[in-house]
Design a protein around this ligand. Structure first.
Ligand SMILES: [Mg+2]
Length: 199
């Protein structure tokens, strides 16, 4: 008998800025607030951080994650990735750290679920068993372990570098622009479909 064991890859994807691209939402926000030279969400975040406007940034995020979702797009290479994963029959989950309500009490989970159903409904079905929202980063990491994820993609290296991040999960950092990898355990992807080289 063949004793070689093959375990099926199980892919986990972060939601905000990994599955969902808020580039257009950020540009739309910047334009209507007379801010110039903002091309993407990182530049918008940088602007507020640089000016120590954390409270204002929370309100911007609230807009981005609710009304701003109207302008959000499916991230580059995601559909190509998902159709291949579907062909291979590799389980794929979305695991998001997102509070249920915003600073001003707006529902954040509902609009996000709705966006996923509208834009990626045929890849993530049934939504309730495939998409997970967790209130804290700790719970997000616990969920990654619980779903037995083997490959996880996030736009934040901080998440991948948390001390309790499971060591048997391969870590992928998605960032279109150039950037410095902070730990050798991390692989950088410029487009999500590059993940296919590793599963
Ligand atoms: Mg994210």
């Amino acid at each position: 008998m063949n004793k070689m064991k093959w375990s099926c890859p199980i892919v986990g994807l972060d939601l905000d800025n990994t599955v969902i691209n808020y580039g257009l939402s950020a540009r739309k926000f910047a334009l209507s607030n007379d801010m110039h030279g903002i091309e993407n969400i990182s530049q918008l975040r940088e602007f507020y951080k640089r000016n120590h406007q954390d409270k204002a940034w929370s309100r911007v995020q609230e807009w981005i994650y609710t009304e701003g979702l109207l302008f959000a797009t499916v991230n580059n290479g995601l559909k190509e990735l998902l159709s291949q994963l579907k062909t291979f029959d590799y389980p794929t989950y979305i695991i998001s750290h997102k509070t249920k309500v915003s600073v001003n009490g707006l529902d954040l989970w509902g609009p996000a679920r709705h966006w996923i159903a509208e834009n990626l409904g045929n890849y993530f079905e049934p939504l309730s068993e495939i998409v997970f929202f967790e209130e804290t980063r700790e719970k997000k990491i616990a969920r990654i372990s619980h779903q037995k994820i083997t490959h996880f993609v996030d736009d934040l290296q901080d998440v991948l570098l948390e001390p309790n991040f499971p060591s048997n999960v391969r870590k992928f950092w998605i960032k279109e622009e150039s950037g410095v990898i902070r730990h050798p355990s991390i692989t950088k992807l410029e487009r999500l479909e590059e993940l296919l080289n590793y599963v």
